[in-house]
Ligand binder design. Sequence first.
Ligand code: F6R
Length: 642
Amino acid sequence: MSTILEKKGKNIGYKPVGQFEETRFEKIHNVIFEDSNEASIRVAEEIADLIRKKQAVGKTCVLGLATGSSPIRVYGELVRMHKEEGLSFSNVVTFNLDEYMPMDKANMQSYYYFMHEHLFNHVDIPAKNVNIPDGKISQEKVVEYCLGYEKKIKDYGGLDFQLLGIGRTGHIGFNEPGSHRNSGTRVITLDHITRVDAAPSFLGIDNVPRKAITMGIATVRSAKRIVLLGWGHNKAEIIKETVEGNITSQVPATYLQEHDNVTFVLDTGAGSELTRNKTPWLVGSCEWTDELTSKAIVWLCGKTGKSILSLTDKDYNDNGMSDLLSLVDSYDLNIKMFNKLQHTITGWPGGKPNADDTSRPERAEPARKRVIIFSPHPDDDVISMGGTFDRLVEQGHDVHVAYQTSGNIAVSDKEALKFAEISNTIVPSEEAQKIIDGILGKEENTFDSLEVRKLKGAIRRGESYAATRYLGLQDANVHFLDLPFYETGTIKKKSLSEADIAIMVDLINEIKPHQIYAAGDLADPHGTHKVCLDAVFEAMKRLKEEPFMKDCWLWLYRGAWHEWDINDIEMAVPMSPSQVLKKRYAIFCHQSQKDGVMFQGDDSREFWMRVEERNRGTAERYKALGLAHYAAMEAFVRYKFD
Ligand code: F6R
């Protein structure tokens, strides 16, 4: 097992597989870090350690490498170690797991391009030591080529270390469901889910290749050491199946259970479905914090099909929660939980004036609050909190909306062309004609010109004004921040810079809000929401000494992609049927995002449908727990800085 991951990892609750009660459901050694950055650095350290050890005895270090979003930070850290600590790759030979087919090396979507951009161009690895399957190999030669790839690995003495990601199908490399445990390097047909996941970077599923060359399961398993990386909630289900389920060709990663030196390195999101994290009371004795108690009671209601106030001692005892009853009886537990949830419900998201606010989610004073709603894209405000937005305006608060990014890449060429042609019909201009020609003559896999991006951004601004006016907000309270990190014209964005933070700081400082709403919805496919939330955190941190900040509360919303767990919700804002409709019409104002958006994710429904279902679902869950039954509810969690 890895010494570095065990000794240095700030891992939470790591115990060797099978030896302790806590990990008794687990068949693969795993380490969970709070943060994927920290985890990636630890993995990079393990790789560097191996390279150095091999160097010290004059040997070659043979690495199996992966692409995708998971290993990017590991490669970043290896590059840093090369530049700042003199880590040399002169004794390293690499074999990449896979490559799309057909795929040209020069194509920006190729794994060849990816590996050079993220690693090889920045370290001293000899070019002859780099092996990446050739995506242009002809049909006639491919079998021989694959056998040659296998042989080359063996001739180098086999893989010393294999880095892996995991697909939502359970693929490792591109070994999709159905792959055999003895499979070698070969051509494979990609699973639909894999193609859906790859669609954003190819600007649409139709551009995603259908085939790939991949190392086989046997090739991967022959590695002396394997580390698989898993980040985020999107991976939580497949990680659970892989770590706790039975070995099956339907989840090829489960074959890793047969390897004796494999570690899954996860963040809390990816590890969240493991039994020891999701329902620790089913695993062994727990430390019953308030949060864990709430989580367990909500789960128990789901399991028994009962409301909170109907749970009995027997329900607790039968479901691994008997030690909870040793402190209090079920009646007290039930009442306490019922009240806790009851107090999250409010029709006054900005606080109810002249009311006792001791058990309300928001303060009564000041009665008129200054509010900033940060919206990562120009529509998350209405999608995720349109009902609450409406109430805040109606209840007389000084509401500001700040769109953090222009959202220009999500407008289709078809939509942009429509606007350019209309504009050119009314006032013919060289600029409009240039945009029209640019769109009509655009070649596949090329970027939009600055003019086209500007037009696309303007379309989203127009739609945003339509929605904010519809909700009764004056234009002066609508702010388009166009944060620079987003303006690359591609899916891949820059990192946050001082320029981004300065824009955020200026706005918050100007408005001096009592409430900030921000997207805590971190499952969006391109990661923009996470970057936007980091920008909010950083700006608030920089302003923390300002007197107004001690009265500034941060509320996190979700909704576009997933919802908060009921036990985490701190404010639930109910909506009447007519408010649900009003929210729907506000979302409809974002015309360019309707009827099939460019970046759909794996949910084929339009945003308003997804969110209506989620808001209705939250209301249904409150009802099932025995609370009042509303048509829909928007949910928020209050973020408290240390
Ligand atoms: C990449 C590869 C794939 C990815 C997997 C996860 O070379 O073989 O198995 O590791 O699809 O992709 P990300 O990391 O983008 O979630």
